[in-house]
Every structure is written in structure tokens, then in C-alpha cells.
Design a protein around this ligand. Structure first.
Ligand code: 26Q
Length: 837
């Protein structure tokens, strides 16, 4: 890895005028800032010498010592934040998510605490660089991709915007698998990220709660004639809280990410033990602890897995019990004001079982009447949808719920019955409508439609980009939009400029801040001032120099991980994201093959030498995605081994793409590929990270690409392909062979692919890929968009060959990225959904 500085080397001394007002906790921080160097230094020395009992100066031990010392510096602010929120009665938001893709913490925490320089200084005395220690940290890979990383960016923005937000998630023992490439194939290996301990977490056993599973329900009528439900003979699991601090940028706020670990309850152990069955007791312990053992590595739902449902209920129940316990501690048993002081944001339907669980807790445990409880639930819950793919909509078999969560199923039935009355009222006599909109899907295997459950209970339902929200309200959720139009709203995604510019691109940060000051770090809209510098010769030269150095760092990463030589003089063309057919990595590969054929035929006139990088993980059970990885590797092998191609073209597949890899990739990229079939990518967020770092986008009219294009203008964006309505229209009469026949380039590519040129040792392995492209039912319509992509890539080449033009376009992209800060997005959630300050 690179040894380049990771944080701003120059920062304007005074904050620029009009910076956000610092919140109250900041005053305290300023006081302690002067002491922080001493205390960090002292804490580090103490950690190293005593707490870690390590006399040798080992880099792992030094990382641990540093991380623990940094955490120590956060503790006072952490406690104060909690105290002040309570005193001020600040509205609390619980962000429930099965995924938080945090990546590494050290560098980002130092940046937010503004301790990077101090830290560098102190490490000088130990003759070790901050970068070396940063690289000792394992990524916290507690997520699959976009949805999980979005949750992580949101936590950063919530803390920075001084909002009282707690992230609730699962402390998976094994995060996202590590990807190895063997003979071109993806091989999954377990990610034991906690093996050496996690210095950032604090175990908080005083917050333990018990979560129930299985058993059966019983009712009884009390002396006052009120009916009560009991859920009995359950198998109980203990949820143990592990808290991780989330510091805001330069404001002294420290929020909490609370991750739950499943452990066997003592009672359970003891009962077995008393019967003398020691081995059964230990086995039960294992069963309980399985719940939080592993993250499901699918980024589109894998329906019906029992353990996954257990994870969802475990997270939901533990988090809600935690919220209610805190409420009762402060307000007693009166819940009427609960929604005024609490919002619960559901990150997709994964935690939607929280809806009936909150009803259960309020009705069965806290003894509220149904209507009062429903009033509370339906004024707290808000649901974010992240997908348009119908196969990704979660459905849980009624049978499974009846067995695992019998009381919860009863409550879902009751919610459904009452809600269907409303539907019947709105559409009298329309039985088809009732069936269509029911939370319960009928059929051979009746199932609960989790998205419907979430919509019915939520006061807000949002999509994650303008097109996505529009397609939700006119497609997937049309009936619901008709019934409750006011619930629906759009919140276009964003990414945190702290990690995705200030931290990961210190050179560009220094350059930007040298002209604009550093106010842009918390007000990204200020980057628009760069437009005025886009033709300034000095500024452009420096901009190019920065990109060149960042490309060297990326080239080094590619050399180390792929053993492919990337030359920083060439165009760096990058597509990194989960491997999925709708994202069309295959279309990218087809274009690379086409370039290769041009080279072989001597048609290199006007060709721009380029290095293409593809990276991403395939779900372990997704055969086609895995085959696309194999194809990328085989094509790379042929091209990189062919001396004729060397001056023009290189292709590399980067193994184990993750958050820390992206921190080196996006600063060093010239061209970002966002080429999904229009109407399929809900938003995309990688696209925004690239844009912020001055990459140009080659993209379809999909997800947030559309809004990026709107911001930056057509002159600074390479647009191609069918739009969403055209894709839908074409589906009825799609004949891919006509597109293939009409394109000399695509025919050539298909012939070479079919000839077995890329799989000489393994005949026929790519037949499923050829068949998919040639199928009239190819949902992703690769053939239809190929020519358009090829032409757009010609424009890319032309633009890149005019360095001044490219640089100006690059600057315009960074300048226009202000709207895609997650601060903007979170300000939207704050003002339009959470209504908190
Ligand atoms: C569900 C059930 C069982 C197992 C796994 C899952 C599952 C897990 C993760 C389903 C979906 C996901 C992840 C989805 C995701 O990452 N969606 C992406 O969300 C981003 C943030 O909004 C968007 O930018 C992307 O467009 C969207 O694909």
C-alpha cells in the first residue's frame, strides 16, 4: 500500500466566514484541544507500556495502543453528548440496519477530532508513520455494499450535523467474506475481523436485554375483564450491547453505534445444568450465539432463510426494548409523547419486523390498548426502500413465523385486518385490490410481504434517488401511493465528504483548501467556487499533478494485488461495485474485448491508451455473477499477456474490493463506469465518491446518475444508453441478434467470445454468458446498449486526449458534487422525516 499522507497537509487557519454554527458541546472541546496532544501522547505511552504489556515495538500493538488512546480521548465528549441530549430533551432517532459497512476507523476518527497532525508528531518519536499503523486495522466489513455503506456515511453526517441519532446493528463475528481469486474464480474465505479484538468497541452489559423465540401463545382475562396475551415456553437469547463511538467533525459530539451480540442466557444454561446435562447446555449456548455469527453476503434478498429471520427479529427486538427501557427510565409509563421524542428509521425491510414487535412490547408488556399502541407505532416508524428489483422484496413464509414468532404473526394478522378495512373503504367491493394489497400473500406458501408491512405502519416511505422514488410511486407501490400519497418522499443519497474527500484524498484536499479554505468539509456546496478556477492555468496544472500522484498510488495497489502494471500516463477507467447482472460489468468487459480486437486488427487510430479496473464481490450462490468474474480474469490474462496490446490496453480484476480499497481507488480514477440498465440501480453511491474526487462519469440515465448529470451538465458527463421507459418498451419485442448483426463491433466480440479464445483450457465455460446476451428475455439488454456505449467511449478517448479540456471537466465534476454530500441528505431526513433539531 501507499505511504502517502492521508489527511490535509494544509488547512486554512481560520474557518471561512459563514461556517455552520458550532453546537454547545464544541466549547468544551476547544478547551480540551490544547490538552489533547499531551493526553494523547501520555495515553499512547501508557497503553503501549502497561495496558498492552508489550515491550517490543510491534506495529499491531502500536496500532492497538493508538486506537485505544484515541478512544480514550473520545470518552468525555461521549458522556457529555449523552448527558446534554437528555437535559435538552433532544428528539432521538434510532437508525435500524442489518448492515453498517464502517471500514477502518482510526484515520477518520483522527480527522473528525482534528488530531491528525498531533498524532503524526507523536509518532515521530516512535519512528513509525501514521499510515503504517492505519494499515494494521481490519476493515469492519459489517455490510454488503451500498446500503451498508450508506448507513455508515449517515452516522458520520448525523454526528456532524449535531443530531441525536443512534445506529442499531448486529455485531457479526464474521463480516463480509474475503475474496480470493484462484484460477480466475472467486473463492470465499471467512473474515475473522474480531480475532485480535476490536479497540473501538465498549461492551456494555448493563444494557443487556432478552429476546424470545419459538414457544406458543396463551390468553387470559384479568379481574377487570381485560384480555392479555402471554408468549410462553420461549427459548430466550441474551442480546449484549457493544457500543462504538461516532465522532462528529470538529464539533465535540460523539454519537453511538450500538451493535448487539447474541449470547446464551444464564437461566437457560442453568436449567440444563441442573438436570445434569452439561453438554446440552453448551450446545444451547452455541445455538444462541449462531444468531450473530455471520453476515448474509447477498445484496439482493435470499428469501426464506430461517437464521436470517432470527437475525432480523433479534436486532429489532433488542433495539426496541432498549429504546423503551430508556423512555420508561425518564418518563415513566406514559408513552403518549413517545413519537414526539423518537423516530425509528428502517433501513430497507430488513428490520421491518420491528413494526409488530413494537406493537407487542406496547400492548403485551406495557399494557397499552391496541389503538394507543398503533398511534405510537405509526407515528414513529419511517421506511427507506433501496431496491426496485421485485425478486429482492422480502417475503417471510407464514409457516416459519408461526413457528419461530407465534405472537408476532398474530399481531401481523391483526394489523392486516384493520388496514384492509381501510382499503375496502377506499375501494368498495374491489376484492382483487384487497388481495393485491394484503400484507399476506396468498398461495401454496402464504407469506408476509415485509415491504407492505413497513409501508402500512410508517408515516414516511422514501426512495433514494428521484428516478427511484418516481418508479416506486408509479410501479411497485402504486396502490399505496394512491391510498396515502403524503407518506411518499424522495431523499437522494449522499456520501460523507470527510471520508470520501478530506480523508482519502489529502492532496486534492490541500489544493482545494489552499484556494477555498476548509469550510467545504462541512458545507460541500462551497465546492462550486471551483468552477471559477477551472480555466486558471496554475490551478489546472496543480489539479493534474494531484491526479497523477493519486494514479501512481492506485497503480501501486493494482501492482501489489493483481500483478498488473498500470501506467499513470494512460486513462484509468474503473468499475468497482458488487457484481450483479443489472450493473452490467459484462457490458464493460465486452467493450474491453472490442478494444482488444481493434488493436489486433491494427485499428488504433485515435485510440486512447487505457487501463481498465474491475472489482467487486459476487454473492456466493450467484453463479452468473461468479462466471462474470471468471470472464474478467480470463480476458485480463489474455490481454495483459499479449505484447501487441501492452501500449494500448490493460485489464485488471482487483480481488477483495472493500471500503479501504475504495479510499485509494476513487482519488486515482479518471473515468467512473456507472452503466446499469436504466431503472434498475436505485441510486448508486460509488458514482458520487468518484465525482467528488474529480472523475468523469460514463453513465446511463439511472439512479442518482440523472441528478449528477443535472448538476454537472451534459458537457461534463458521458451519457449513453436507453432510458428507463425505453427499456420497458423494448422488453416486449427485444431481439438481441438484430443489435448484434447491426454492429460490426459487437458481432466481432461475440464471435471471439464464442470461439473459445478466452477459455482455451476450459471449453464452453462461458456458454451461459453468450446465451444470456443472445436471449430475447435478457432483462439487462446488453446488446441494445452496446453501440451507444462504444460511441460514448470514443468521446471519452477524444476528450482525454485534450488534457486541458479533461482537467476543466474534472474540476467541474468536483465543483458540482456538493449536492451529494450525505450532510445534505441527512438535513433532508432531519427536516422532512424526523423533524428534529
Ligand atoms: C435480504 C434478505 C436476505 C439476505 C440479504 C438481503 C439483502 C441484503 C442487502 C438485500 C439487499 C441488500 C443490499 C441492498 C443494497 O445495497 N442496495 C443498494 O442501496 C444503495 C443505497 O441506497 C443504493 O445506492 C443502491 O442503488 C442499491 O442497490
Amino acid at each position: 500500500m501507499t505511504d502517502t499522507p492521508k489527511t490535509p497537509t494544509r488547512r486554512a487557519k481560520k474557518p471561512a466566514a459563514g461556517r455552520q454554527k458550532k453546537p454547545a458541546v464544541a466549547a468544551e472541546t476547544a478547551q480540551t484541544a490544547a490538552m489533547s496532544h499531551d493526553s494523547l501522547t501520555a495515553a499512547f505511552a501508557r497503553q503501549l507500556r502497561y495496558d498492552l504489556c508489550w515491550d517490543d515495538q510491534n506495529e499491531e500493538a502500536m496500532f492497538d495502543a493508538l486506537a485505544l488512546s484515541v478512544k480514550e480521548q473520545l470518552l468525555d465528549n461521549w458522556r457529555n453528548t449523552r448527558k446534554q441530549d437528555l437535559q435538552q430533551g433532544k428528539k432521538h432517532v434510532a437508525y435500524l440496519s442489518l448492515e453498517f459497512l464502517m471500514g477502518r476507523t482510526l484515520g477518520n476518527a483522527l480527522l473528525n477530532m482534528q488530531l491528525t497532525q498531533e498524532c503524526r508528531q507523536l509518532l515521530q518519536e516512535y519512528a513509525v508513520s501514521l499510515e503504517t499503523l492505519e494499515q494494521q486495522e481490519h476493515d469492519a466489513g459489517l455490510g454488503n455494499g451500498g446500503l451498508g455503506r450508506l448507513a455508515a456515511c449517515f452516522l458520520d453526517s448525523c454526528a456532524t450535523l449535531d443530531l441525536n441519532v443512534t445506529g442499531y446493528g448486529i455485531r457479526y463475528e464474521y463480516g463480509m467474506f474475503l475474496q480470493k481469486i484462484v484460477d480466475g474464480y472467486q473463492v470465499e474465505q471467512p473474515d475473522r475481523w474480531l480475532r485480535d479484538g476490536n479497540p473501538w468497541e465498549v461492551r456494555v452489559p448493563q444494557h443487556n436485554v432478552t429476546v424470545q423465540f419459538f414457544g406458543h401463545t396463551q390468553s387470559y382475562v384479568d379481574s377487570k375483564g381485560r384480555r392479555h396475551m402471554l408468549w410462553c415456553d420461549t427459548q430466550d437469547v441474551m442480546a449484549v450491547a457493544y457500543d462504538v463511538p461516532i465522532p462528529g467533525y470538529g464539533n465535540g459530539r460523539v454519537n453511538t453505534l450500538r451493535l448487539w451480540k447474541a449470547e446464551a442466557t444464564n437461566e437457560f444454561d442453568l436449567a440444563e445444568f441442573n438436570q445434569g446435562d452439561y453438554t446440552e447446555a453448551v450446545a444451547a449456548k452455541n445455538q444462541a450465539e449462531q444468531i450473530t455469527m455471520v453476515l448474509y453476503p447477498n445484496d439482493s434478498s435470499e428469501n426464506g432463510k430461517e437464521l436470517r429471520l432470527r437475525q432480523q427479529y433479534f436486532l429489532s427486538s433488542a433495539s426496541l426494548q432498549d429504546l423503551l427501557r430508556q423512555w420508561v427510565q425518564q418518563h415513566g409509563m406514559d408513552f403518549s409523547e413517545f413519537p414526539r421524542y423518537n423516530a425509528i428509521q428502517l433501513n430497507d425491510t430488513h428490520p421491518a419486523i420491528a413494526v409488530p414487535e413494537l406493537m407487542r412490547l406496547l400492548v403485551d408488556v406495557y399494557e397499552l390498548e391496541w389503538d394507543a399502541a398503533w398511534h405510537i407505532v405509526s407515528n414513529c416508524m419511517a421506511y427507506t426502500n433501496h431496491t426496485l428489483l421485485p425478486e429482492a422484496l422480502e417475503r417471510w413464509p407464514v409457516r416459519m413465523l408461526a413457528h419461530m414468532l407465534p405472537r408476532i404473526l398474530d399481531i401481523i394478522y391483526e394489523i392486516n385486518a384493520r388496514y384492509l378495512d381501510e382499503v375496502a373503504h377506499r375501494w368498495p367491493g374491489d376484492v382483487a385490490k384487497l388481495r393485491q394489497m394484503s400484507i399476506i400473500e396468498e398461495g401454496d406458501e402464504p407469506a408476509v410481504r415485509m415491504a407492505y408491512l413497513a409501508i402500512v405502519a410508517s408515516y414516511s416511505v422514501n426512495g433514494v434517488a428521484a428516478l427511484h422514488t418516481q418508479l416506486l410511486t408509479t410501479g411497485l407501490f402504486r396502490d399505496f401511493h394512491e391510498l396515502w400519497p403524503a407518506k411518499f418522499n424522495n431523499r437522494t443519497n449522499g456520501v460523507t465528504p470527510r471520508r470520501w474527500l478530506a480523508y482519502c484524498n489529502p492532496r486534492l484536499t490541500a489544493l482545494i483548501s489552499s484556494r477555498l479554505g476548509d469550510g467545504w468539509i462541512t458545507e460541500l456546496g462551497r465546492l462550486s467556487a471551483l468552477n471559477a478556477l477551472s480555466t486558471d492555468a496554475d490551478f489546472c496544472r496543480e489539479w493534474r499533478q494531484v491526479k497523477q500522484l493519486n494514479k501512481q498510488a492506485l497503480a501501486q495497489l493494482v501492482q501489489e494485488r493483481c500483478h498488473v502494471e498500470f501506467s499513470p500516463e494512460m486513462l484509468f477507467d474503473v468499475q468497482v461495485k458488487r457484481i450483479h447482472e443489472y450493473k452490467r460489468q459484462l457490458l464493460n468487459i465486452l467493450h474491453v474485448i472490442h478494444l482488444y480486437q481493434r488493436i489486433l486488427s491494427g485499428d488504433t487510430h485515435g485510440m486512447q491508451p487505457r487501463c481498465v479496473l474491475i472489482g467487486g464481490k459476487a454473492a456466493p450462490g450467484y453463479a452468473m455473477a461468479k462466471l462474470i468474474i471468471k470472464l474478467a480474469n480470463n480476458v485480463a490474462h489474455m490481454i495483459n499477456g499479449d505484447s501487441r496490446a501492452k501500449p494500448w490496453l490493460r485489464l485488471a480484476f482487483l480481488p477483495d474490493y472493500n471500503v479501504s480499497a475504495m479510499e485509494t481507488i476513487c482519488p486515482g480514477t479518471d473515468l467512473s463506469e456507472q452503466i446499469s440498465t436504466a431503472g434498475k440501480e436505485a441510486s448508486g453511491t460509488g458514482n458520487m465518491k468518484f465525482m467528488m474526487n474529480g472523475a468523469l462519469t460514463l453513465g446511463t440515465l439511472d439512479g442518482a446518475n440523472i441528478e449528477m448529470l443535472e448538476e454537472v451538465g451534459e458537457d461534463n458527463f458521458f451519457l449513453f444508453g436507453l432510458n428507463a421507459p425505453a427499456v420497458d418498451e423494448l422488453r416486449m419485442h427485444y431481439r438481441p441478434w438484430e443489435y448484434i448483426a447491426a454492429s460490426e463491433a459487437l458481432s466481432g466480440v461475440m464471435s471471439l467470445l464464442k470461439s473459445g479464445y478466452f477459455n482455451l483450457q476450459e471449453p464452453d465455460i462461458f456458454a451461459p454468458i453468450v446465451a444470456a446476451i443472445e436471449s430475447p428475455s435478457d432483462p439487462w439488454m446488453l446488446a441494445a446498449d452496446f453501440e451507444s456505449l462504444r460511441l460514448a467511449q470514443l468521446e471519452v478517448a477524444k476528450a482525454y486526449q485534450d488534457p486541458q479540456r479533461w482537467t476543466t471537466m474534472s474540476i467541474h465534476n468536483t465543483a458540482a458534487s456538493g449536492r451529494f454530500s450525505s450532510d445534505e441528505t441527512i438535513a433532508g431526513y432531519r427536516d422532512h422525516i424526523w423533524h428534529c433539531r
